[in-house]
Structures are given as structure tokens and as C-alpha cells.
Design a protein around this ligand. Structure first.
Ligand SMILES: Cc1cc2nc3c(=O)[nH]c(=O)nc-3n(C[C@H](O)[C@H](O)[C@H](O)COP(=O)(O)OP(=O)(O)OC[C@H]3O[C@@H](n4cnc5c(N)ncnc54)[C@H](O)[C@@H]3O)c2cc1C
Length: 402
């Protein structure tokens, strides 16, 4: 791999790796610089929507995911007291996608799949323990500074993609704003082998309640019987260590689904949730994708999926620019398409989804549940709901922007 690739990607998360792979497959040389000494393995996203699976399929990623992932053809919205409000059947849109389901696979099982495919590309390289700290733009060139095990090093490329996550250094050096807000509640995730399916829960279920709302996802874990991830809100004033204590998690789990004996907890973590979109995704030769460009709450699983859609959209256009088939105005189209749908769909509906779960008054809950039941009562209404919740509508909207 040359020291002067055509594109440098900051960040070997799923979005950076996928961008790099999609570029390398177009004969564009690419260097990925990653701060950490290896791929990260912490608990993060894990639900994939049909368009993401379609976009990753040509690279063989989706086929590899399907070997261990869990298909979720039906998912639920419930109320803690009323029970099931709507049971959505994704197969209602099977005429629109070859993957008419949500697919569950931990993010840290996706990244090794993409990384292995990237390893087969002679024109791609990933360097771990290389933290991008700065960059400057010149005529036709970006010079990237990185902190490496050998000290400060400089790398040159024609283009820089910042896929370096929510705290993106690339975004900060670009000088673009990151407008939005942080939710006052934090989210606590606990995983257990306990099986909730016999209690009537779908493998992906959202449970509304003014105080004790939840989201649940069955993940493959290390194999059968799989691992259920239950998400709980943590009040702003609550101490983090107290929230994560064994006693508190046992109390939350028993409060959600009482059972004999204590819950065995495999993983637990707590994190802050934001709604933010960068004021621009491009400054000259530097571009943003994934969490570096936008953040949202996880209700609806739009974050990583939106990042995957960024990666494929951006790599397609950047590949054409690198090969001289298009001028760089094509990259402004990437920004118009992806930034617009992030605002119109990802932000709009992730906020709506969370508000629906947490609606405080009986009147608000009634209105929200009536709206859902109304949508589910006809095939057309259900299909329209599924088009948005499966992100097909956002991809169609992006394609319509010229
Ligand atoms: C703690 C946490 C929990 C989450 N939980 C959920 C969830 O339950 N459900 C859900 O749908 N989504 C969740 N998300 C969101 C989801 O994981 C992200 O949308 C997804 O990780 C975005 O991928 P990415 O590649 O854009 O960014 P990331 O996965 O954050 O990858 C960015 C990469 O860049 C590297 N990096 C950072 N700075 C630099 C630098 N200066 N130089 C080089 N490399 C750098 C990082 O080490 C990292 O490997 C969670 C996110 C976090 C942070």
C-alpha cells in the first residue's frame, strides 16, 4: 500500500470500513487510520434494516451476516399496562426488498466481516493505533497528521473521509457545527440469556410507559440460545454507579418481567444519547459520514443504518470523482441527499419513536396508540408505516434529490 493513497478514512468503525471497502472495490486506493489498537468490541448497535442489507449484499457482507444473525420478521410496540398495541409484519413489504425483516447481529460481529473483506483488497490498508489529530488542505491534496506508535506522522491523500464517530476530530478540524441536543436521560443496557419469547415478546419489542419504558432486542451472542438486550431509561439525577449496580439491574429486570431466582446478567453499560446533525458534511476535500456527521437515539435503529447508507452513497460518488468520471460537485449531491434525509427521517422519526415510548399523559398515549392502530388496520397503512420504519422511504427520498 502506497503512503499516498487516493483517500484516507479516519476511523475503522463499521462506516469507515464499509466506505473503504466500497472505494477499494472501485480501484481507489484507501488508507484507514484508527485510534484504537484493534476493532472495538463494546455493545452498540445491532439491528439492520432491509436497505442496509441490500447495500452490503454485493460485497458478500450480508451473506456472511446471515450465517449467525437472527431474522426478525415481526416486531412489536407494546404498552406496559395494555400489552400489545401493534405487531408489525415486515413481510408485508416483501415485494419491495429481498430482505423483508430486521436482522440482528452485534455491531462488533459486523466489523470483523467488513475488515476481512477489506483485507482481501491489495489497494487498501488499515493502520491501528493511528489517531488522526489534524489535517490541512492544499491544492488537490489533504495532509493528515496522526499520532502513531512511531510518533507524529503525516499522510497525504486527495480526499479525507471522517468516519471517526460522534466526537469526530475531522469534524472539529473542518470547523462545522454539530447542532442539536443531548437527552437528559441516559440509556442503560443489560443482557441476559433469559428467554422472553414464551412471554409473548417479539425478538424486537418496544414497551411504552411514562416512566419505565423499554426496548428489547434478541442478539445472537456467542450462539444459541442467544442473548436478550433490554434497554432502560436512567433518570438525569441518578448516579451512574448506582444505576449499574447488581441490585439496581436486578430490580429493573424483575420489574420488567418477574421471574423466580435472580437474573444472570452477561453485559451491562450506560450511555448518553444525542440528536445532532453536522451543519455541513463537506468542507473542500474533507467529508463526513456516520456518527461523525449525525447522532440520534437508538429507538428505531436508524443510527448505524443511516451511516451504512452514507458510506455506500459517498463511496459511489467519491469513486467516480477519483476515477475522473465526474467533477467534485457530485460530492455536494452526497451532502444534499444524506444530510436532508438525516434531518427529515432519521432525526424526525427517532425523536417521534422515543416520544411515543415515553409519552407522559394518558391523552398523549391514547393519541399515539390510536395513530399506530389506525396505520396497522389496513394493508396500505401498514405498508406506509413499514416503508418509513424500515428506512426504505428515506433511501427513496435521497435518490429523488438531484
Ligand atoms: C456507547 C454507544 C452505544 C450505542 N448503542 C446503540 C444501540 O444500542 N443501538 C443503536 O442503534 N445504536 C447504538 N449506538 C450507535 C451506533 O453504534 C453508531 O451509530 C455506530 O457505531 C456508527 O458507526 P461509525 O462507524 O460511524 O462510528 P463508530 O462506530 O463510533 O466508529 C468510529 C471509529 O473511529 C475511531 N476514531 C475516533 N476518533 C478517531 C481519530 N481521531 N482518528 C482515528 N480513529 C478515530 C473510533 O475508535 C472508532 O473505531 C451506540 C453508540 C455508542 C457510542
Amino acid at each position: 500500500m502506497a503512503r499516498n493513497p487516493q483517500v484516507i478514512v479516519a476511523g475503522a468503525g463499521p462506516v469507515g470500513l464499509l466506505t473503504a471497502l466500497a472505494l477499494a472495490k472501485q480501484d481507489v486506493s484507501v488508507l484507514v487510520l484508527e485510534t484504537e489498537p484493534g476493532l472495538t468490541v463494546d455493545l452498540r448497535a445491532g439491528t439492520y434494516h432491509p436497505p442496509s442489507l441490500e447495500m452490503m449484499a454485493p460485497y458478500g457482507i450480508t451473506a456472511d451476516m446471515l450465517k449467525t444473525a437472527i431474522k426478525v420478521p415481526r416486531w412489536q410496540i407494546r404498552d406496559r399496562k395494555e400489552g400489545v398495541i401493534v405487531d408489525w409484519d415486515v413481510s408485508l413489504i416483501k415485494d419491495l426488498t429481498p430482505f423483508p425483516y430486521r436482522l440482528h447481529l452485534e455491531q462488533h460481529r459486523l466489523t470483523p466481516i467488513i475488515y476481512a473483506k477489506l483485507g482481501e483488497c491489495p489497494n487498501a490498508e488499515v493502520r491501528f493505533s493511528h489517531e488522526v489529530t489534524d489535517f490541512v488542505q492544499g491544492a488537490g491534496i489533504v495532509t493528515v497528521t496522526a499520532q502513531t506508535p512511531a510518533g507524529i506522522e503525516k499522510f497525504e491523500a486527495q480526499w479525507l473521509v471522517g468516519a471517526d464517530g460522534g466526537r469526530s476530530t475531522v469534524r472539529k478540524v473542518m470547523g462545522v457545527g454539530f447542532e442539536g441536543y443531548t437527552w437528559p436521560e441516559r440509556f442503560l443496557v443489560a443482557s441476559t440469556h433469559y428467554d422472553y419469547e414464551p412471554h409473548g415478546f417479539r425478538l424486537n419489542t418496544y414497551v411504552a410507559d411514562p416512566v419505565d419504558w423499554n426496548a428489547m432486542f434478541k442478539m445472537p451472542g456467542d450462539g444459541p440460545p442467544g442473548l436478550w438486550r433490554i434497554l432502560f431509561p436512567v433518570a438525569p439525577e441518578e448516579d451512574e454507579a448506582a444505576a449499574l449496580s447488581e441490585e439496581n439491574i436486578e430490580r429493573l429486570m424483575q420489574g420488567f418481567q418477574p421471574k423466580a431466582g435472580r437474573y444472570a446478567i452477561q453485559y451491562k453499560s450506560i450511555y448518553k444519547v444525542h440528536q445532532r446533525v453536522a451543519s455541513d458534511f463537506r468542507v473542500g476535500r474533507a467529508l463526513l459520514a456516520g456518527d461523525a456527521a449525525h447522532l440520534n437515539n437508538p429507538i428505531g435503529a436508524f443510527g448505524l443504518n443511516g451511516g451504512i447508507h452514507d458510506a455506500i452513497n459517498l463511496a459511489g460518488k467519491l469513486g467516480k470523482v477519483c476515477r475522473g468520471e465526474s467533477d467534485d460537485r457530485l460530492l455536494d449531491l452526497y451532502v444534499r441527499q444524506r444530510r436532508t434525509v438525516n434531518l427529515e427521517y432519521v432525526q424526525e422519526f427517532s425523536i417521534k419513536n422515543l416520544r411515543r415510548l415515553t409519552a407522559r399523559t394518558a391523552e398523549e398515549r391514547r393519541r399515539s396508540f390510536d395513530e399506530l392502530r389506525q396505520a396497522a388496520s389496513t394493508v396500505e397503512g401498514a405498508r406506509n408505516f413499514l416503508l418509513v420504519s424500515s428506512m426504505i422511504a428515506s433511501v427513496q427520498r435521497a435518490e429523488a434529490i438531484t
